[in-house]
Design a protein around this ligand. Structure first.
Ligand code: AHR
Length: 507
């Protein structure tokens, strides 16, 4: 241990960032590729239930710990008529789906999605179409979903088999409306006015809902910053969150730089927080608008893959994730947790088959991709409050992201104070050069390390497939504990979950 590189994290139970909103462990199902058809929904599959929901996939979704699930898009929503997806299935129209050049059969729609959410214990987060449609159709969908009865839309829901309201609390006001690729893309002022009006009408229909304004599609958009400022200037009083999206790639294959890219997520969050608070100050408002990071992931493996046009459920964006991607996803999860005072919702995009932690064969098997694990472990153990940690660690240079910390870490203390979980990544790449992390615990009497799980030791490009899934966490020796501090070895290029529990000792 003596010759090892050393980092130190000091944690004090009195110093907290904020409580983690469980909705930070959200995910996303879009009508895209095989996410719905052949993914979560496949009548005739050996594991399908009476609704056509795949049982094997539902089981993996439960295991992933996903809390909210955003639906039905994504770019898809900007050309979607939600009315096509409700009512008797045999009467639903097949449509050309212009965002992804596919054919949409509409055999799965709003009511099926809500049933699927109930079956998987997830909370629906619905998006309305503000691309080709208006505030009126958005209002009608809220009335269809949430109004008890006695009106055209609510009675239609009941006639379609759903007596009780769906009670959807979270609503996205369109998708990536700043992006020129988006159907119905407009400038910030036009979108701000439309979103403001839609949000008002939706909240007049059900004043218990929360709405998410479209922010920038990524921080490299030319309009980033100004888009948020202009749209919030119009809609600040009627919305609750601003959305953020970011995808990360390892395209030149520069591993150190890839693992440094997560610092962009910190920068992006800090930027959007600054704009939200600028508008708050400008308006002399007491209200704080928070962030919904409702699309984030690694995405690049499938880029350039050719898929036939105008077919149903084509295999689009089926990234096969490797071990390096799992470490990156762990780092991104750490960044989201670090900002839990302002990031209240986040959605790993997506959930099944499409840039997803869960993969399936249509008609066949399902399995966990490498990125499944950091997400699922964070969703399981990252419950409570993030502690403000003082992290002393070395830095190393990267080709495009300057000097970055060797170790990144975040700790979550459970609400009852009985458990503490540390999520940590060692960005170091030299397999012979692990890092010794000392974790000093202050005002946490009796807290002792009980488990260390780590993903490490795989080739960066190691993957899981239907036939074999070697890339998974392994148990490490429980960290040594003495004089109020634990000492854990973080292998090179590793994602770690170190769990502490309160014992009777006084530490
Ligand atoms: O998640 C895939 C796509 O990425 C979504 O449809 C869109 O919102 C984003 O550009």
């Amino acid at each position: 241990m003596d010759g090892m590189k050393k980092s130190k994290l000091t944690l004090n139970a009195d110093f907290r960032v904020a409580k983690v909103d469980p909705r930070i462990y959200g995910s996303f199902i879009e009508h895209l590729g095989r996410a719905v058809y052949g993914g979560i929904y496949e009548p005739g599959h050996p594991t399908a239930d009476g609704n056509g929901f795949r049982g094997d996939v539902a089981e993996l979704v439960r295991e992933s710990g996903a809390t909210v699930v955003r639906y039905p898009g994504g770019n898809f929503v900007s050309g979607y008529n939600w009315e096509d997806g409700v009512g008797p299935v045999e009467k639903r129209p097949k449509r050309l789906e212009l965002a992804w050049n596919s054919v949409e059969p509409n055999t799965f729609g709003t009511d099926e999605f809500i049933k699927w959410c109930r079956a998987t214990g997830t909370e629906p987060m619905m998006a309305v179409n503000l691309g080709t449609r208006s505030d009126a159709e958005a209002q009608a969908l809220v009335e269809y979903c949430n109004h008890a009865s006695g009106t055209y839309w609510s009675d239609l829901r009941i006639a379609n088999g759903a007596r009780d309201p769906h009670g959807v609390k979270l609503w996205c006001l369109g998708n990536e409306m700043d992006g020129p690729w988006q159907i119905g893309h407009s400038d910030a002022r036009a979108y701000g006015l439309k979103a403001n009006s839609a949000s008002r009408m939706m909240k007049m229909t059900d004043d218990s809902i929360e709405t998410v304004l479209c922010g920038s599609s990524n921080m490299w958009m030319r309009t980033f910053g100004e888009w948020e400022a202009q749209t919030l200037d119009i809609a600040y009083d009627t919305v609750d969150y601003v959305s953020m999206h970011s995808y990360f790639d390892n395209r030149p294959g520069d591993l150190a730089d890839f693992l440094a890219k997560t610092t962009e997520m910190d920068d992006f969050i800090n930027g959007v927080v600054a704009v939200c608070d600028y508008i708050k100050a400008k308006k002399h408002s007491k209200k704080t608008v928070n962030l919904s990071f409702d699309e984030w992931n690694v995405w690049y493996h499938s880029n350039g893959t050719k898929v036939d046009k105008w077919i149903q459920a084509p295999p689009i964006l089926e990234d096969v994730y490797d071990f390096a991607d799992a470490v990156e996803v762990g780092l991104l999860m750490i960044a989201l947790l670090r900002h839990c005072d302002r990031v209240k919702i986040a959605c790993l995009a997506q959930l099944v088959n499409v840039i997803a932690p869960i993969m399936t064969e249509t008609g066949g098997r399902s399995w966990r991709q490498t990125i499944f694990y950091p997400f699922a472990q964070a969703a399981k153990y990252g419950r409570g409050s993030v502690l403000l940690g003082l992290l002393e660690t070395g830095r190393h240079d990267t080709s495009h992201h300057g000097g970055v910390p060797d170790v990144d870490a975040v700790a979550v203390l459970s609400d009852d104070g009985e458990e503490l979980t540390l999520f940590a990544v060692n960005r170091g790449l030299d397999a012979d050069d692990p890092e010794l992390l000392e974790v000093e615990l202050q005002k946490l009497p009796g807290m002792r390390p009980v488990e260390h799980l780590s993903m490490f030791g795989f080739a960066p490009d190691a993957v899981n497939t239907a036939d074999s899934q070697p890339v998974a966490p392994a148990l490490m020796p429980v960290p040594f504990f003495k004089d109020g501090a634990a000492k854990a070895v973080l292998p090179a290029m590793s994602w770690n979950v170190i769990r502490f529990k309160k014992t009777d000792g006084n530490g």
